[in-house]
Write a protein that binds this ligand. Structure first.
Ligand code: BES
Ligand code: ZN
Ligand code: ZN
Length: 457
């Protein structure tokens, strides 16, 4: 743990936080030698810049750090690996950072995926006075980093069974119940679409379920796409397209992360977490283009392309989730390349039938620096997923509006009157930024959590 919730001692090095507009005034209150040193370095308080200030003995006396804003989720993220290994505290001079943002941003900045290789250097430690804000920031960071670890773990070490283990551990930690339906039992229990996609893999497919909270509380269902590896199936992906497909369980990782926070914060909800977990593999018994699958809901779906597998497994999970009549159902999925073409890696696409709710979520997401962008469930495009021989087909007719087609497909499995959010996420940082190294990313968790707290608390 690189953030320590303990009253900082005098032995820690102070970090003075400034931005361009507060730098001058803060520096003016400092000894002349310090001011001259900062001028020598050209430090002016720009975001993610810093200056190390020595004392007369050549020891580190203080750190000056430029930050974006006091409540920014990555305010301090550049520091843990930029300042020398040691213990730090936030100084009294300059800006005060909100304790939640301090804990969150430092801990995220200290993250590295270290399962196979230890980081070049240890992160520096921050001592923070204990308090509810700091505790919450740390809890949030740990939940986000757990999702990153799941996404970063290669398919070889994270198959459907290992994903189930992660949910099982979480259930045990919070006194939740855990249940899974594995392999051929999926057919008996009424999850034929999950079975069809996952049956060709050596590692059996499954539907993972966690239930938590007072059964009398309002019901919330979270669903996450758990494709532990997406080869594309018989419609095999290109090498470039397949390279990152260990991350195709990103939706599941994010749903698990959100569920863990809902439980940890003891939101007054009856929580159901559903993860259809499969490997989209190739073998003699693989599902094929042109196959028709009868789903849990009874709708028949035609397979236009075996690489559009996410919507196929999700349709059974959504239908099952809807059976317990939740007040709100949210699904998260690395569903389409088209969503990335439209919005790029940083903006998960949000689909929602209620315009007011979509706008509220987008506004909230921008305020929290955990952005979402609203795309429409444009009804007229539904004709593009109508099939000649079945109810619907899992690919659109043409190359256009792929993310919308996928969302419209899912919509057919959600009752008309149910509040439902669908997020098409990337789940990955493709360029390094402070606090966001290249690799798995738990997008949308902070935004959704804030919304859930407001709605259910
Ligand atoms: N997992 C992919 C979508 C994806 C690709 C997400 C790259 C993030 C990065 C999904 O299963 C898929 O392959 N979708 C196809 C659907 C198409 C065949 C209709 C796609 O988007 O190309
Ligand atoms: Zn696919
Ligand atoms: Zn996929």
């Amino acid at each position: 743990m690189t953030v320590k919730l303990r009253k900082p001692t005098a032995a820690t090095t102070p970090i003075h936080l400034v931005d361009r507009s507060t730098f001058e005034a803060t520096a003016a209150a400092m000894p002349a030698a310090t001011r001259r040193w900062l001028t020598t370095l050209g430090f002016k308080g720009d975001p993610d810049t810093r200056a190390l200030v020595p004392d007369a003995d050549g020891k580190l006396a203080s750190v000056w750090a430029g930050v974006r804003s006091a409540a920014h989720p990555y305010a301090l993220s550049a520091l843990p690996r930029a300042v020398p290994v040691g213990r730090y505290r936030l100084g009294n001079e300059g800006l005060t950072v909100d304790p939640e943002a301090a804990a969150l941003s430092w801990q995220l900045g200290a993250y590295s995926f270290s399962r196979y290789k230890s980081p070049r250097r240890a992160p520096a430690e921050l001592m923070l006075t204990p308090g509810p804000g700091a505790t919450r920031g740390l809890m949030m960071a740990n939940a986000l980093c757990a999702a990153r670890d799941l996404i970063n773990t290669p398919a070889e070490h994270l198959g459907p069974a290992e994903l189930a283990d992660a949910v099982h551990k979480l259930a045990d930690a919070h006194g939740a119940s855990f249940h899974q339906t594995v392999g051929d039992a999926l057919l008996k229990e009424g999850f034929p679409a999950v079975h069809a996609v996952g049956r060709a893999a050596a590692r059996p497919p499954r539907l993972i379920e966690l239930l938590w909270g007072d059964p009398d509380h309002r019901r919330l269902t979270l669903v996450g796409k758990g494709v532990c590896f997406d080869s594309g199936g018989l419609d095999i992906k290109s090498p470039e397209g397949m390279r990152q497909m260990k991350k195709d369980m990103g939706g599941a990782a994010i749903a698990i992360s959100l569920a863990s926070l809902v439980m940890e914060l003891r939101l007054p909800v009856r929580l159901q977490l559903l993860i259809p977990a499969v490997e989209n593999a190739i073998a003699g018994n693989a599902y094929r283009p042109g196959d028709v699958i009868r789903t849990r809901k009874g709708l028949h779906i035609e397979i236009g392309n075996t690489d559009a597998e996410g919507r196929v497994i999700l349709c059974d999970a959504l239908a099952y989730g809807a059976e317990s009549r939740p007040e709100l159902m949210i699904d998260l999925a690395t569903l389409t390349g088209a969503a990335r073409i439209a919005l790029g890696p940083q903006l998960p696409a949000l689909f929602c039938r209620r315009m007011d709710l979509a706008r509220e979520l987008v506004d909230r997401s921008l305020a929290l620096n955990d952005p979402l962008w609203h795309l429409p469930l444009w009804r007229d495009y539904h004709r593009g997923i109508e099939s000649e021989i079945a109810d619907i087909v899992n690919t659109g007719r043409g190359p256009m509006a792929g993310a919308i087609s996928a969302a419209l497909f899912l919509e057919d499995f959600v009752p008309k009157d149910m509040d439902w959010l669908h997020l098409d996420v990337f789940g990955w940082n493709d360029v390094p930024r402070p606090g966001r190294p290249v690799g798995g990313e738990a997008q949308a968790v902070r935004t959704l959590l804030a919304y859930l707290e407001q709605r259910f608390r």
